[in-house]
Design a protein around this ligand. Structure first.
Ligand code: HEM
Length: 502
């Protein structure tokens, strides 16, 4: 029986590899890159964790556009801003598809996730609804929520100095995500937090997004076998956000649906006509929580390692605000804070290997063939260090975004307003305005409220955070946990946070 099963899997596998290898030679060469080994390609060279580290290494060897294969699947890595603009933005009609990620799309998220959908009519309806709900004008509707959440973040940091700063950052990120996407109420530090039961699926989604991380995506012909085997798939399905809300609040489904009133859901159901009970939205929640959380953790690292950047921003905060906390009404007067947000996302992009697109047609670029079906990987880490635009490289220096008068500089071409971190073309992050605002107000509030200093470990020894110590969470990456000391800048800080925004 075991032999039969082995033959049933190995024989088609060998055939598939042979068929892929015997494809006729194209007229144009593929972009250069590591050759790997016959049939298998670079499967042994591509790490399953911290993929972008390898991508950056290869970029230095092969240049801003190179390619490799994994078991016959061609992956084209784009590491220069001009190349990303040409291929992913200006040719986006041919480069905005997503590869079929069978494991994540079919099994883990039941084929209902905007970020994973192929470029079809269902994706268009979802995308339109999400755009209508989160574009830069609509994002202003969340200003009051974000101001309130930022003050709660400061208050929690003040009142629970013993708690790990990561816990506060997680609460802040998750509370905004659930309020914006599901109309949930503020999630307090003590919970219940419906994100917690979803951590496993968040990680599975983000890991499944990396090409080569799932057998069924490499060999789709195995899908019928997997589809029939509960044992191979997994014994119990992972919860969806709606189930998680229901469990956290001990509510019935009807009660949960009643509390899920927010703009996104209204627009979504109007435009797609789909029943609310069949939606999951796990990836939207996951992107929001993980992206914001990663950026804020890196913010603390940057403020400790580059105190001069903190000082410059704080001087402006003090001059403009005096001793009251910031609000979005101060936005125009505080270009230092936006420069800091831009530098933060450039210095440590939360998704350093980007999110993959797929070519839906053959493309000839710079004399190279990018074949239909190729995975296109925007190497965000390198894009954010493109020396033609961001010479600061590994240093953290927000002043690069300011002109001689201290105003924000005009963003160079192909940088998406100096935020290359949010992706490209028709797939560009739909929640980027919301994300930028969350970071802007929370960073402004924390810098206004606290001096950020090195914390001590359990032996009382001061700890300097290591900016190269990464925690890999699939497509998102954040720093390893470290102690931080937040010293209130006002003895009556709690009082100054009142009155809260109406
Ligand atoms: C700092 C926080 C965030 C970062 C770094 C981030 C980054 C990204 C990136 C790199 C992509 C892929 C773009 C591409 O394929 O070219 C993406 C897609 C997406 N993001 Fe974000 N994101 C963040 C926050 C958010 C928020 C707050 C929301 C929701 C309100 C959101 C919703 C989405 C969705 C729905 C997609 C998929 C779009 C599609 O496939 O059509 N993201 N994000």
């Amino acid at each position: 029986m075991g032999n039969l099963l082995g033959t049933a899997i190995l024989l088609p596998l060998a055939l598939a590899l042979l068929i892929r290898a015997w494809r006729p030679r194209p007229a144009h060469p593929f972009p250069p890159g590591p050759k790997g080994v016959p049939f298998l390609g670079s499967v042994f060279e591509v790490p399953t964790e911290l993929l972008w580290v390898k991508l950056v290494e290869w970029y230095k060897e092969y240049g801003p556009i190179y390619s490799y294969t994994v078991l016959g699947q061609r992956v084209v890595v784009i590491s220069g801003l001009r190349e990303a603009g040409d291929i992913l933005d200006r040719m986006s009609a041919k480069t905005s598809d997503r590869s079929r990620l069978i494991k994540v799309h079919d099994y883990l998220t039941r084929g209902k996730e905007l970020g994973l959908l192929p470029r079809n009519d269902v994706w268009r309806a979802h995308r339109r609804a999400a755009h209508e709900s989160f574009n830069s004008r609509a994002a202003q509707d969340y200003h009051l929520v974000q101001e309130e959440e930022s003050r709660v973040l400061v208050k929690d940091l003040l009142n629970h100095p013993g708690a790990n700063a990561d816990d506060h950052i997680f609460r802040f990120s998750t509370s905004i995500a659930w309020r914006a996407s599901f109309g949930h109420e503020l999630i307090p530090l003590e919970g219940p937090d419906p994100s917690l039961p979803l951590q496993e699926i968040f990680k599975a989604i983000f890991t499944g997004f990396i090409p080569g991380n799932s057998i069924v995506d490499l060999f789709p012909f195995l899908n019928p076998i997997i589809a029939r085997s509960k044992f191979i798939r997994r014994s119990a399905p992972l919860p969806t956000p709606l189930q998680s809300v229901r469990d956290c609040h001990c509510q019935t489904r009807r009660q949960v649906l009643r509390r899920c009133h927010c703009l996104f859901r209204q627009v979504f159901f109007r435009s797609s006509g789909e029943s609310i009970t069949r939606r999951t939205d796990t990836s939207i929640t996951a992107t929001q929580v993980d992206g914001t959380m990663a950026a804020l953790r890196w913010f603390l690292v940057a403020m400790i390692l580059y105190p001069e950047a903190a000082l410059a921003a704080r001087e402006q905060l003090d001059r403009v605000l005096g001793d009251r906390p910031p609000t979005f009404a101060d936005y125009e007067e505080l270009p230092q804070i936006e420069a800091l947000v831009k530098e933060l996302l450039r210095w440590r992009p939360p998704t350093p290997a980007g999110l993959v697109h797929m070519a839906s047609e053959d493309i000839i670029y710079d004399g190279f063939l990018i074949p239909k079906g190729a995975v296109l990987m925007p190497n965000a880490w390198s894009l954010c260090r493109d020396p033609s635009v961001y010479p600061a490289g590994e240093a953290f220096d927000p002043s690069g975004f300011l002109d001689d008068n201290g105003n924000l500089r005009r963003p160079p071409l192909d940088t998406h307003d100096d935020y290359p971190v949010f992706g490209h073309g028709r797939r560009i992050c739909v929640g980027r305005a919301l994300a930028k605002n969350s970071l802007w107000i929370s960073i402004a509030c924390v810098l206004w409220a606290f001096d950020i200093e090195k914390g001590v470990d359990e032996h009382g020894v001061e700890v300097t955070p290591d900016p190269l110590d990464f925690i890999d969470h699939g497509v998102t990456v954040w720093p390893k946990s470290f102690p931080v000391k937040l010293v209130p800048r006002y003895p009556d800080l709690a009082d100054r946070l009142k009155p809260e925004p109406a």
